[in-house]
Design a protein. Structure first.
Lengths: 289, 364
């Protein structure tokens, strides 16, 4: 056997194993791809064949965007105020979470105070806690402070539960900024707050973007708290609306459901397309001595 | 501005980084803090900057205690080892930053930035970002930023250590000249004794958090107060040989493993007396040694290696278990393995206590 033949055999071997890997990955991701294809085909056609092939294209399923919809005897709310509610919810969660985690992350990264280690450890435990387990207790609390059936109430709950993770994430970014840069800012005449927002924050923009994206997505897809704590239809969010569409199985309109589901996903997809780069830069910093 | 540090102590946990430091820096003086890494010199600088708070002691600027004055209110310019330029700002914005914080009018900021930029020859870089310029240029920008607000005190933390050798030597002279021109009190931290010697008016030598001595470069070189300073200042460093001490009337005999030196009266009277047979350390610089013919008061040894320094040759001579360095002229012909006689210039020897390392020379 010549050297060349050996090389060819090795090449054949590696490309063969590569094909096998790709095949496996394709098979594994098929169910997900299939699900999205169904959603898309279903939303633009009267009927689908073989699960994913659209037949007789129509915009009828998207009628919820411009007209009132009724399924059976139930009349559904206009989608636009509900969309606005969802934007408001996700937006407020993002704003609060970013602001608080930026302050808390800075303190945990840069300052020494008693109980710092304890806080760092317990925040992680808090995040591991299943939110559903708190549902009833949270209901009592919100009811007591008059925040039940208010979007603000859901915002507060969601921010409180998401904050530990966001703070840890942003702390890692602060840890990466050398002390000398912060010191230089003080020598140049900055107060601590000025150094924070004029010199340090501009350098952790990717981190801020990442936290903001996670917070927005978490707020946008938030379901269980909205469903439990909001009962007036004017406070509904898209996730609750979608759940209500499925509500009555006798009159289920799959085309409508697919279109509404796709509508719900649009901001998420857009967000991912815009923010891919920032998401890739996320890493979690350890505790520096 | 005159700067005084009085009994300053700084601890990190159980570790005393700065141990009871007393230091006076005169108005307009260029003072170097010199010592090996971990000796507390950078900590001292950060205390002056107000970035670290001393655990005890006082810092005075022109007779006013400034222990509790925030860094931003001290009007200090500082240049860090890593330059610490703000990566998200252009060179121009970096230099203008301290002035903007002072809320100076835009016109004035522009004028001052341009003035200092031309002084440091960085006018053509103003629109670039720190990541787009070379290390030497970054260092100029950092100096410009530190000086643009006309500070009362300039602190430099190893500003030259990240530059290549040629640039370092030219920057030494430039910083020195600028400091004299502006007459600004400057504290300069370095571990490089050549840098400290060539730039400063006075040098404060530190080791293990303690101030060892303070003096002009010449003072420290000619009359080192202890073995640490003697070994740290000067390049190539001073040779040390442990010897036995025998007092014989007015003469001192120094007994090594395979040599004996007798110090005549006019030399021995410069040193404090010791008990007979005590161990002392003989120190002598390579330039005060020479290689010659066999004679009394010479040390016999074997050439270990010959290093070419360009202008001179540095000869490593093995004496018993010790090795001493001898600086010889370019025309020295000795080779590895040759047996040679090393002559000592007795006027320039130093003796140190073997226990505490203090110089046995009478002060003054």
């Amino acid at each position: 056997m010549t050297v060349r033949e050996v090389m060819q055999m090795i090449n054949a071997k590696t490309s063969l194993s590569r094909i096998a890997i790709y095949l496996l990955l394709i098979i594994l991701s098929l169910p997900i791809v299939f699900g999205y294809l169904w959603l898309f085909s279903g939303s633009i056609s009267e009927e689908v064949e073989f699960g994913i092939v659209p037949k007789s294209i129509t915009l009828k399923n998207w009628r919820f965007l411009w007209s009132e919809i009724t399924i059976g005897t139930k009349v559904f709310e206009n989608i636009w105020p509900i969309t606005l509610n969802s934007i408001l919810l996700a937006g407020s969660i993002t704003l609060l979470e970013v602001l608080i985690s930026l302050l808390a992350g800075y303190a945990l990264s840069r300052m020494n105070f008693p109980g710092k280690d304890f806080i760092l450890k317990t925040t992680i435990i808090l995040h591991a806690f299943p939110g559903v387990a708190l549902l009833i207790a949270l209901y009592y609390v919100l009811n007591y402070i008059g925040m039940i059936d208010k979007i603000t109430g859901v915002v507060l709950v969601k921010v409180a539960l998401e904050l530990p993770m966001a703070t840890w994430m942003i702390k890692g970014f602060f840890d990466e900024i050398p002390w000398e840069i912060e010191w230089a800012a003080y020598m140049d005449g900055c107060s601590r707050l000025q150094a924070w927002y004029k010199v340090i924050l501009p350098q952790i923009k990717p981190g801020i973007a990442a936290v903001a994206i996670f917070a927005f997505l978490a707020g946008w897809s938030e379901f269980i708290y909205s469903y439990t704590f909001l009962f007036s239809s004017e406070n509904y969010t898209l996730a609750v609306f979608l759940k209500n569409l499925i509500g009555d199985f006798r009159f289920l309109d799959y085309g409508l459901l697919a279109a509404a589901g796709l509508f719900y996903m649009i901001p998420v997809i857009a967000f991912f397309l815009i923010s891919q780069k920032s998401l890739v830069t996320i890493k979690f910093g350890g505790i520096k001595g | 501005m005159e700067v005084v540090m009085r009994d300053v102590v700084k601890r990190f946990g159980n570790f005393k980084a700065v141990d009871n430091l007393n230091l006076t820096i005169k108005d307009g003086e260029f003072m170097a803090l010199l010592g090996p890494s971990g000796c507390g010199k950078t900590t001292t600088l950060l205390i002056l900057a107000g970035l670290y708070k001393p655990d005890s002691g006082e810092i005075l600027f022109d007779d006013k205690i400034v222990n509790d004055v925030l860094p931003k209110d001290r009007n200090i310019g500082m240049c860090f080892q890593s330059y610490a330029l703000y990566p998200h700002m252009t060179v121009e914005e970096n230099i203008a930053f301290p002035l903007k914080l002072k809320k100076l009018p835009k016109k004035e900021i522009e004028k001052k930035v341009n003035e200092i930029a031309s002084k440091f020859h960085i006018e053509h870089l103003l629109k670039r970002f720190p990541g787009q310029i070379s290390g030497g240029q970054q260092q100029r920008v950092a100096l410009a930023r530190a000086l643009v607000k006309e500070p009362n005190l300039l602190l430099l933390d190893e500003p030259l250590s990240n530059l290549d050798a040629g640039l370092r030597i030219s920057m030494r002279a430039e910083i020195r000249r600028l400091q004299k021109e502006l007459g600004i009190t400057t504290v300069f931290v370095t571990h490089d004794q050549a840098e400290a010697m060539s730039m400063s008016d006075r040098i404060a030598v530190m080791n293990k958090g303690k101030l060892q001595d303070i003096g002009t470069p010449e003072d420290l070189y000619m009359r080192p107060k202890n073995k640490f300073i003697a070994g740290f200042i000067g390049n190539p460093p001073m040779n040390f040989l442990e010897v036995g001490y025998v007092l014989n009337g007015d003469e001192i005999m120094l007994k090594g493993e395979n040599f004996e030196l007798s110090l005549p009266r006019e030399i021995s009277m410069n040193f404090m007396k010791k008990q007979n047979n005590e161990r002392v350390i003989l120190g002598i610089r390579p330039e005060h040694l020479s290689i010659g013919i066999e004679a009394p008061n010479t040390i016999k040894g074997e050439i270990f290696v010959v290093e070419h320094l360009g202008r001179d040759k540095l000869v490593d001579v093995k004496v018993g278990n010790d090795r001493i360095k001898v600086l010889t002229g370019q025309n020295f012909e000795g080779k590895m393995g040759d047996i040679v006689n090393v002559h000592l210039d007795l006027k320039n020897i130093h003796l140190f206590d073997a226990d505490d390392g203090n110089s046995m020379k009478w002060a003054g």
